[in-house]
Design a protein around this ligand. Structure first.
Ligand code: F6P
Length: 192
């Protein structure tokens, strides 16, 4: 049966400092994940050739760097745009935009950052990606937390409104295999 592999990028310098968005490089630990990823992938994909889809942001390209496959980068896979809050920490956002911070907490799926996006917006811009995925085989997607939560919810048959709460940790490769009644899931954690 066909499978889809998904992974977040390795830990970035912004993950370390707790800043959201941006276009940071990988941290040393994130680079270690990039080096381990090819063996993590071949463990579950064997020697079938995959195609790797990344976003246009540096951290996903750096994570995919050592994968010996064809690569394609998509703007539609870029992280949820946090608008005026880009590059801030959650504490800084709460301080600068307390009402927005509260509004997001109350309705995380619909909350749209000022000058940016909501999860709902991301689900809509992912439609062409999902369509392309449905007619492709052997795709490995290396992208960002919010985007992967939406893709994961879609394949797991979870309502899109639940996307913001899906558990998609760093340094973990997830293999999804859609079956007649439900999608089978396997997780491979990297030791970094
Ligand atoms: O912190 C990493 C990150 O990918 C940010 O760039 C992004 O804004 C955030 O996670 C999304 O997670 P949440 O919707 O829980 O804030």
């Amino acid at each position: 049966p066909r499978s889809i592999w998904i992974s977040r990028h390795g830990e970035s310098m912004y993950n370390l400092s707790g800043q959201i968005g941006g276009d940071a490089d990988l941290s040393a630990r994130g680079q270690q994940y990039a080096k381990l990823l090819p063996s993590l992938v071949s463990k579950s994909a064997g020697d079938r050739p995959l195609t790797v889809w990344t976003s246009t942001l540096k951290r996903t390209g750096q994570t995919a760097r050592y994968l010996p496959y064809e690569k394609l980068s998509w703007k539609a896979l870029d992280e949820l745009d946090s608008g005026v809050c880009d590059s801030m920490t959650y504490a800084e956002i709460e301080e600068a935009y307390p009402q927005d911070f509260k509004a997001r907490d109350e309705d995380k799926y619909n909350y749209r950052y000022l000058g940016g996006e909501s999860y709902r917006d991301v689900v809509i811009r992912l439609e062409p990606i999902i369509m392309e995925l449905e007619r492709s085989e052997n795709i490995l997607i290396v992208t960002h937390q919010a985007v992967l939560r939406c893709i994961y919810a879609y394949f797991m048959g979870v309502s899109q409104e639940q996307s913001p709460w899906m558990e998609v940790p760093l340094h973990c490769l997830i293999k999804l295999t859609p079956r007649a009644y439900k999608t089978e899931e396997e997780r491979f954690h990297a030791d970094v």
